[in-house]
Design a protein around this ligand. Structure first.
Ligand SMILES: Cc1cc2nc3c(=O)[nH]c(=O)nc-3n(C[C@H](O)[C@H](O)[C@H](O)COP(=O)(O)OP(=O)(O)OC[C@H]3O[C@@H](n4cnc5c(N)ncnc54)[C@H](O)[C@@H]3O)c2cc1C
Length: 476
């Protein structure tokens, strides 16, 4: 049931005409509440359903790696739509990021009666939706197809941290973990114009300075097989080994979650089924997190509880941060104690200061940092534990926190396949600005921001093996 997942973005009256699902953040046909709602409305009004993706060339400075991943997944969506007789359009907007003018024209020329779209807390997508809601003559309805508990429902304000959002989520989760109805095949349809995928793939405006990744193939089908493989081979050691960058214990689902090629709710339901454990028991497992992590003999459901903490609590916390803090990508978004602490320490002597280009090329004095950077540049996915070390060292080796934040966001958004995501803005703001963290004891440069030492990594895992894995021998 769609329940209260739908959120009207204007009060325009329904028009007579087709129902459009404006696919944006959630690029999938199955398990997608926004598409389900669009089809419900189309059926109730006896109108056809159509889907359009508004493809913006210069979206948040992405590069070829992310572009190719996205275009190939859109091809899969076109194919899936064909099987359901749902016309699929890809509107290529090269005019700029801010106003989806071509989409607005599309809505007018196709005489659309209702538009349904999915939810993103990022400023640019919220602005698009605001502009479209004002410009069109029909309703624009947003459905949060990304989060299990819709971000606007779990909280109406910015949460302080995992400890404040967790109890709200736990209370609401059982109401939202219902199974998904199938998308029905439409009886009649028209054929939309063919999409020139090869022209899109080689589009000239896209910066070509990143390589296509090979370990992650785009699309929902591949997302599904990565999920199955994770449940079968890695879930059982997730809680104890996920922080070891050599253990390969993480799910690797973040690129797919980022593009909505797979949904968090479907993942959570699959984990519940695989572990034969209801959600109440799984989240209960996580109530005493410390004891779960220290315990060497964990059950499958203990591991599942630890995984759902990341997939649900941490991920929804990141969406909450971006939704309610307009400065999620500047130092003004840091908590007051962190801004004050940075002000006190901004002139502290730095032993090393690197230019952005030196960071980008992995030319610091620290082979471990250079290896993290290289992991990201070559694979498009830095290990989660190393992302914290990587961002904190950028703070330590940059002239100001403002420069550090801008450099970390620039590199993250350019190279990470899962970049340009609320999780990225929240993770970087946690590392550099204490967001969702607490004040620690004071030390140079960091002030009260939590510090991470190279020696801590050396104790935790085989840093030399990690360096060897990602750096050419000449670089260490
Ligand atoms: C500096 C920094 C930058 C980051 N940049 C990004 C980014 O650009 N995109 C991104 O998706 N994540 C980012 N993260 C969060 C986290 O590191 C990644 O989500 C995770 O490593 C992705 O790998 P996985 O899917 O194998 O994770 P798993 O451990 O298998 O977790 C499953 C899912 O849970 C969610 N998750 C896990 N850890 C976190 C977290 N700390 N915060 C929020 N959600 C989480 C993700 O959706 C992830 O895919 C960043 C963290 C830091 C500290």
């Amino acid at each position: 049931m769609i329940g209260n997942r739908a959120y009207p973005l204007n009060t325009k009256p329904t028009q007579k005409g087709a129902v459009l699902y404006w696919m944006d953040r959630d690029m999938r046909i199955n398990h997608n509440w926004a598409l389900i709602h669009a089809q419900e409305i189309a059926t109730a009004q006896n109108q056809p359903l159509i889907i359009a993706y508004n493809l913006v060339s210069n979206f948040l400075n992405g590069s070829a790696r992310q572009w190719i991943f996205k275009i190939k997944a859109l091809q899969e969506i076109e194919e899936a739509c064909g099987k359901k007789n749902i016309p699929f359009y890809c509107i290529h907007d090269t005019t700029g990021e801010n106003s989806p003018q071509l989409l607005i024209e599309f809505i007018r020329t196709h005489k659309i009666g209702t538009v349904v779209t999915d939810f993103s807390p990022l400023r640019i997508q919220r602005n698009w939706k605001k502009n479209v809601a004002e410009a069109i003559e029909c309703p624009l309805i947003e459905v949060d197809a990304h989060n299990i508990v819709p971000a606007r429902i779990v909280s109406e304000k910015q949460e302080y941290g995992a400890y404040t959002i967790r109890s709200k989520l736990y209370k609401l989760l059982p109401n939202y973990l219902d199974s998904f109805p199938d998308i029905k095949t439409q009886s009649t349809t028209h054929t939309p114009p063919a999409i020139d995928w090869s022209a899109l793939l080689s589009h000239a405006d896209i910066p070509k300075d990143t390589t296509e990744v090979t370990w992650a193939q785009p699309g929902s089908r591949h997302a599904e097989s990565i999920l199955e493989d994770f449940i079968r081979t890695r879930l059982a050691r997730y809680a104890t080994e996920r922080n070891d960058p050599l253990a390969e214990a993480q799910s690797d689902l973040s690129p797919y979650l980022h593009y909505g090629m797979i949904g968090a709710q479907h993942i959570a339901l699959s984990i519940m089924e695989a572990t034969e454990t209801p959600i109440e028991k799984l989240i209960d497992k996580h109530k005493n997190k410390a004891s779960v992590e220290e315990n060497a003999t964990l059950s499958l459901s203990d591991n599942a509880g630890a995984f759902l903490e990341e997939l649900i609590v941490r991920k929804e916390l990141a969406d909450n941060f971006c939704l309610y803090n307009d400065n999620y990508d500047t130092t003004l978004g840091f908590p007051a104690w962190a801004q004050k602490s940075h002000a006190v320490h901004r002139k502290d002597a730095r032993e090393y200061i690197y230019a952005r280009e030196e960071f980008e090329k992995g030319l610091t004095h620290d082979p471990l940092w250079n290896a993290c950077q290289q992991e990201m540049v070559t694979t498009g996915k830095m290990h989660g534990y190393m992302r914290m070390y990587w961002a904190k060292k950028i703070l330590e080796w940059t002239a100001t926190p403002e420069d550090a934040l801008a450099t970390a966001i620039y590199l993250n958004d350019k190279y990470e396949l899962d970049g340009r995501d609320p999780n990225g803005y929240a993770g970087i703001a946690w590392s550099i600005g204490g967001v969702h963290d607490r004040a620690w004891f004071t030390r140079p440069i960091f002030g009260q921001i939590r510090y991470m030492a190279r020696s801590g990594c050396d104790k935790k895992f085989d840093t030399n093996a990690y360096i060897k894995k990602y750096l050419a021998p000449s670089l260490f």
